[in-house]
Design a binder for this molecule. Structure first.
Ligand code: SF4
Length: 452
């Protein structure tokens, strides 16, 4: 539960407003701290005890954990709400594939390749899985380490899975600079593991027999200064999983219960290894509330629906997906190429740009900011009017790119033609097709007419 400014101010030194923090009073500083707009180190008069206590109270209810590094890092946690409609979910769950060292080398290579190469362009984004979970099963340490070495070369985020601590830490030492997640830390191996974890700290997956089993483990790790954790309550089936995941999320966000204030990891791969059931289990975990989800295998047909579901759940419901206002070049347009205009709702943009691309006619596509609304809705909301479109066209600089002064507007807003011609003196406004589907028939002839 977030701490309020008036609670924080009671813990500040209260020196006559010395203003050394850059704020006029302790109260002003406290209010900023409460909203995340200032950091504690700005006040030099906090005792170490108060500072530590405030750090704890101001920390996010669910810890931010980073697996991997660079472009391939996966950040999870920091969530602020239980229900997506309250605000938004922030960090989408990392999705990974399980590779056992018992599998044939060819199969393991194939799985590593899949995570690296299976990518889907989707409304301007690239959707893909991110993680490789490497399981020690063969009993042959060298075989496992060779798998870890190979997987580490991929640069992907790694999860190292071994109940044998010597093997686990030997694997960690091979790729510690890539911040792999080590799994499982359990009540049986915790004491032995802590000193070795501290040699080269990386994130940990903590396994407990039920939620009650997790709490003493996370408390002990926190006391030892190890705090980048993912929780696995060991749910055995979907019903248990929904109950456990919901309980952990509610305890962290509603009760401010720190020992459960961590993201979670889920293994559909161990819960239902029969294809569809496993994928459906993963889909449940995307909704409720896992932060890392490991599958035994996937292909394009099973992975894509999960990735799209994840995108939908982790898109801010308060803002439609939108693209930047500017002109876009499709193909390699020249001074005789057509100029078209549409709105900046991502779906509209990608449908229109794909339709233009399909004609293979290099074109300029101007995109007017309608705050993520489609063309007709944008017009009805006063965001795609002749005046505002005219202002956008002038500002975009498209005029210097073409010899002709002709712009194609969507047929659905033919009514802005006159207003737009007034706003763009010297331009001819051409009414294009009502739907993007009509671009294929319209654009080739229109492009030819520009070159006559
Ligand atoms: S530096 Fe500390 S004591 Fe001084 S005004 Fe700011 S919060 Fe108060």
């Amino acid at each position: 539960m977030p701490i309020s400014g008036s609670e924080i101010v009671k813990m500040l030194p209260g020196r006559k407003p010395c203003k050394d923090c850059g704020f006029p009073t302790c109260f002003a500083f406290a209010m900023k701290l409460a909203t995340g707009g200032a950091s504690l180190d700005k006040c030099p008069y906090l005792s170490p005890e108060v500072k530590a206590k405030l750090e704890d109270l101001l920390a996010p209810a669910i810890k931010l954990v980073t697996i991997g590094t660079g472009d391939n890092k996966v950040q999870v946690g920091n969530e602020e709400v239980i229900y997506r409609h309250e605000k938004t979910y922030i960090h989408p769950p990392g999705i990974g594939i399980l590779v056992s060292d018992k599998e044939e080398e060819r199969k393991a290579d194939e799985k590593i390749k899949k995570v690296k190469e299976l990518q889907f362009p989707w409304v301007g984004l690239i959707l893909k899985a991110e993680l490789l979970a490497l399981q020690f099963e063969s009993g042959n340490k060298d075989r496992y380490l060779s798998l870890v070495r190979k997987a580490a070369q991929s640069g992907l985020g790694l999860i190292l899975i071994s109940r044998d601590l010597d093997v686990l830490f030997a694997a960690r030492d091979l790729c510690a600079d890539q911040r792999p997640l080590l799994y499982p830390i359990t009540k049986e191996n915790l004491d032995q593991a802590i000193p070795r974890i501290k040699e080269k700290p990386t994130p940990l997956g903590v396994y407990g027999e039920g939620i009650e089993g997790l709490i003493p483990l996370t408390k002990k790790l926190k006391e030892a200064g190890v705090d980048e954790l993912l929780l696995d309550p060991g749910s055995k089936n979907i019903l248990d999983a929904i109950r456990d995941q919901t309980f952990i999320r509610r305890a962290a966000l509603k009760q401010g219960f720190r020992p459960l204030g961590y993201p979670t990891i889920a293994f559909p791969c161990f819960m239902g290894k029969d294809g569809l059931k496993e994928i459906l289990t993963a889909s449940v975990f995307i909704n409720k509330f896992a932060s890392v989800i490991i599958l035994s295998d996937f292909d394009q047909y099973t992975l894509l629906p999960l990735l799209v579901q994840r995108l939908n759940i982790y898109t801010d419901p308060r803002f439609p997906m939108a693209v930047e206002e500017k002109y876009y070049e499709i193909g390699t347009p020249d001074e005789n190429s057509p100029v078209l205009i549409t709105s900046n709702w991502a779906l509209t943009y990608f449908i229109v740009s794909s339709a233009i691309e399909a004609t293979k006619i290099p074109s300029y596509l101007c995109v007017k900011d309608t705050e993520g609304l489609g063309v007709l809705t944008g017009w009805a909301a006063g965001k795609f009017t002749g005046d505002s479109v005219g202002a956008m066209v002038k500002k975009s600089g498209i005029e210097s790119k073409v010899k002709h002064k002709k712009i194609v507007i969507p047929g659905r807003v033919a009514r802005i033609k006159g207003e737009l011609e007034d706003a763009l003196p010297g331009w001819e406004v051409v009414v294009g097709p009502r739907e993007a589907a009509g671009i294929g028939a319209f654009l080739p002839e229109y492009a030819k007419s520009l070159r006559k």
